[in-house]
Design a protein around this ligand. Structure first.
Ligand SMILES: [Zn+2]
Length: 419
């Protein structure tokens, strides 16, 4: 069968290959993944079917029907995987930026009815069509940055009806354009304004009125924000245990601003990811790595402390040395990270968390795919995986986090189609 798409003359083909059967890349694996020099990658319809050095290209599969893209010696790599975003919301919080710059703390802005709650008001007031238009706008932005799979959390409705609406909008946005969308239910972002001071009752409401209406086949993960001003460790455990019993995979926002023990708790329950982890200690990271046998991924979000002007960043270098697999994401959201530039997040992971360029690239591709259960489909280039890949405007992978804030994307291919 002829190739439908052939990308030839890849100066460096970053495959990230080989982990799909085992687990996320850990320790030295995060910097040892294969790079093929002077290589090709071939697709049939949606799938990668062959790759290797140019000398092994089977020209018999290249026919008049094959679309040929000459990479001209540039870097080719898997599409980026965004494993932590809050995609669907109304309005924005540009008006709070000034308050932050004048020194108001995130939790103080939240306590005064700003922060998450101001986005909740705008989101509840928005129509489905407005929310969908916003989501599609942001997905188009992600696609420009070479992001081909996006996790999308709910969490700005904070009542049963709006939370279900946000998940439906995320799914619809996924159907309307090529970037893949993986929805996560984050109704437990903070207690809804009607439940101020009653977080446990709010979680009871979610367990009774929302979770039974969700299908784990369509919304595979349930997430919770375990933090002062959000949900306690005990409440978070009770909620995640219930979600697990109902068939959902688990995620947690934890150790973002304080060390409450949320990461260890969720990892012990078998969470697919533990996110933020700025206050997770290397000792706790080592215990998690041992207990989960490297299956739970720490999702690092370096643009958040940058935007919140915090000094503390997750000790990513120590996590990797402790055997904890790490992913990197933007945490795109209207409050603490209004950026879709995952390349900038990679640079910041190197500058502030001690990752090497190769580790950062694995963190935003194959390990990010593991963090949202998509490792069979994306995150690496190997036969049988979806043909989601990028041709970059650089000739060596080391340039990727070096050109700070630039978008190196030249071409985006999703499902074998040049976008
Ligand atoms: Zn988040």
């Amino acid at each position: 069968m002829p190739y439908s798409l052939l990308i030839r003359n890849c100066g460096q083909l970053l495959t990230m290959a080989g982990s799909a059967a085992r687990g996320p890349l850990t320790g030295a694996q995060m910097r040892d993944w294969p790079i093929l020099e002077n290589a090709f990658v071939a697709c049939e319809n949606d799938w990668v079917v062959a790759l290797g050095p140019m000398s092994e290209l089977l020209e018999t599969h290249v026919t008049a029907a094959t679309q040929v893209l000459d990479a001209g010696g540039r870097v080719v790599m898997p599409g980026l995987v965004e494993c932590h975003t809050h995609l669907v919301f109304g309005g924005n919080r540009a008006h709070e930026f000034q308050r932050k710059l004048q020194g108001e703390a995130y939790l103080d802005i939240l306590a005064s009815g700003g922060g998450i709650l101001s986005t909740v008001r705008a989101t509840r007031a928005a129509s489905d069509a407005e929310l969908l238009e916003n989501a599609l706008h942001h997905l188009a932005g992600f696609r420009c940055y070479g992001v081909t799979t996006v996790e999308a959390k709910s969490g700005y409705g904070l009542d049963a009806e709006t939370e279900l609406r946000l998940l439906r909008v995320a799914q619809e946005a996924g159907r309307r354009q090529p970037v893949r969308v993986v929805p996560t239910f984050l109704g437990a972002h903070v207690p809804g304004p009607e439940y101020k001071g009653r977080p446990a009752e709010y979680l009871d409401m979610l367990m009774q009125e929302v979770l039974p209406h969700l299908n784990p086949q369509e919304v595979p993960f349930v997430d919770i924000f375990c933090e002062e001003g959000a949900f306690s460790l005990a409440d978070a455990r009770r909620y995640l245990e219930q979600a697990q019993a109902m068939g959902f995979g688990l995620k947690i926002h934890a150790e973002q601003l304080h060390d409450l023990g949320g990461c260890e708790m969720a990892a012990a329950l078998g969470a697919v990811s533990i996110d933020h982890a700025d206050y997770l200690t290397p000792a706790a990271a080592a215990r998690i790595a041992t207990q989960t046998q490297g299956q739970t991924v720490a999702v690092l979000l370096p643009l958040v402390p940058l935007f919140l002007r915090q000094d503390r960043y997750a000790p990513g270098r120590a996590f990797i040395e402790a055997g904890l697999p790490v992913a990197v994401s933007t945490d795109f959201n209207p409050g603490s990270c209004p950026s879709k530039n995952l390349w900038l997040a990679l640079s910041m992971a190197c500058l502030k968390m001690g990752l090497t360029p190769r580790e950062a690239l694995a963190a935003a591709t194959i390990n990010a795919a593991w963090a949202i259960g998509q490792q069979q489909h994306c995150g690496s280039l190997e036969p049988g995986k979806r043909a989601d890949l990028l041709v970059l405007d650089v000739r060596h992978y080391e340039e990727i986090p070096y050109w700070l804030g630039e978008n190196p994307v030249r071409h985006v291919v999703i499902g074998g189609k040049l976008e």
